[in-house]
Design a binder for this molecule. Sequence first.
Ligand code: F6P
Length: 337
Amino acid sequence: MLSAHQRGWRTYGIQRGFEGLLSFEGVVKLGPEEVRGITHLGGTILGTTNRGNPFRYVGRKADGEEYEYDRSDDLCGAFRASGFDALVSIGGDGSLQIAHQLALKGLPVVCVPKTIDNDVAGTQRTFGFDTAVSTATEALDRLHSTAESHERVMVVELMGRYAGWIALNSGISGSADVILLPEIPFDIEKVCAKIRQREEMGRHFSIVVVAEGAKPKDGAVALVERRGVGTVDRLGGIASQVARAISERTGKEVRALVLGHLQRGGSPTTYDRLLALRFGSAAVRAIAAGTFDVMVGLNGPTITCVPLEEVVGRPKNVPLDSDVVQTARELGISLGD
Ligand code: F6P
């Protein structure tokens, strides 16, 4: 934003995602005064929603029943009527898909990848991820106290949707004994074998990290709520399933914990602050160069522009041959396979 201001551009923020532009009421001035002193804050000063997809807008019939309809033409009209020259869309896979569809309709769009899940292709990192991993690692450190003193198995469910980045990175850093990832369907017997092996070695506690998208070899992903009108699947519940299975098979005292939205709050890490600012400046440079329908991404030591068509619909999962997965195995961490 400040980078845009340096060029003499006027900048506006859209509140509650695309919703704010559709209603016109959510367009607010976003100058240097408005963004002063926010670098160290979590969340967003503009608000957000995961129900504002203009291509799947939610309407309500007279009888109260909800239905989806396409309001993308209204959104393009609102954008042009506002006199804007470019749109910067900040978000994860869902936002990127919407942005690409809008670009195909002629809107000059540049995207900034922001999600704790780190599941976006075309960038090594999304901002928010490092902070979530740090929070999760700290939680694992704290859980060791009860696990060890009470000789329990603690099963911790971490976010990440269908990618295991948060679970893998924090699991290794937080000295987990088992890490279950969406990328590696798990065998509960292998998980229990690891816990028993630790028992035999006199280690009477274990920490099991489960990504919310992890699933058993012969089972399905645990959902709290299936995708509905204008919404996406809500994942959750795998930790309690795993905890029950471990307790039944090993006889150990087991506790399950869902870290949940704690992973999405609080002051961002230095890494995330810098990455977000680098992404923002790179987005301004892309606009200045007239490069649209792209996402800025971290690639090697620098930020590049990646065409959105190379990014959308291609979720980035943990590569099973990565050195991080290999490191986990070589440290003796069970991945449940
Ligand atoms: O995409 C980020 C994320 O935090 C996921 O890790 C999680 O599954 C989801 O959002 C939770 O969404 P909500 O806040 O709508 O429950």
